[in-house]
Write a new protein. Structure first.
Length: 184
């Protein structure tokens, strides 16, 4: 029996097992498994290597933690590391029950990247004080995170006062006409 071909290692991951290591992620007919991959939806015939929880649970590895640790917005690294196949990842992500779960993970990953960018720029402002890079980082932080308050409304102008007086007079006239029509 020939040895399974070694999967090339995506950038950022330490080491991947060979393709045979992913065979347990398929059913007896060779189809990609979806729900039965998770402890929460375990099938008696197949082992459940993952959990949907944010932490490892009942012998299942937290797919959430593995997804976040890979930190790849294209999700290719996660697909290969978790399931060994981009097709399998696409199939899982397109199932109705998994769509809201992965959508939440994607949203959180965006926030994580924004937080990383914030901390990086904050570090540049402190380490490069007075340099063009420090000034640019400070400007970026100020534009992105400062809360600009609009000035409070001042005293109304003479024109605004006159316009309000005219509106009030028109309303009074309409009310008088309506009252006269109704006989009040």
């Amino acid at each position: 029996m020939p040895k399974a071909k070694q999967i090339t290692n995506p950038k950022g991951l330490k080491a991947l097992p060979d393709a045979a290591a992913y065979e347990h992620l398929k059913d007896s007919m060779g189809r990609f498994r979806t729900q039965s991959l998770f402890v929460e939806h375990k099938h008696e015939k197949y082992p459940a290597p993952f959990t949907l929880k944010d932490y490892d649970h009942n012998g299942g590895m937290s797919m959430y933690q593995l997804y976040m640790n890979a930190s790849d917005p294209t999700e290719y690294t996660q697909a290969i590391a978790l399931l060994g196949s981009w097709k399998h990842w696409q199939l899982l992500c397109n199932t109705e029950w998994f769509k809201p779960i992965v959508a939440g993970w994607r949203d959180e990953l965006k926030v994580k990247f924004e937080s990383d960018r914030f901390r990086e720029m904050l570090n540049v402002t402190t380490t490069c004080k007075g340099t063009p890079q420090g000034v640019s980082a400070t400007k970026w932080l100020a534009e992105r995170y400062s809360r600009v308050t609009s000035p409070k409304r001042g005293r109304p102008s003479k024109a605004e006062k006159a316009q309000n007086i005219r509106k009030d007079a028109e309303e009074d006239q309409l009310l008088k006409e309506e009252a006269a029509r109704l006989g009040l």
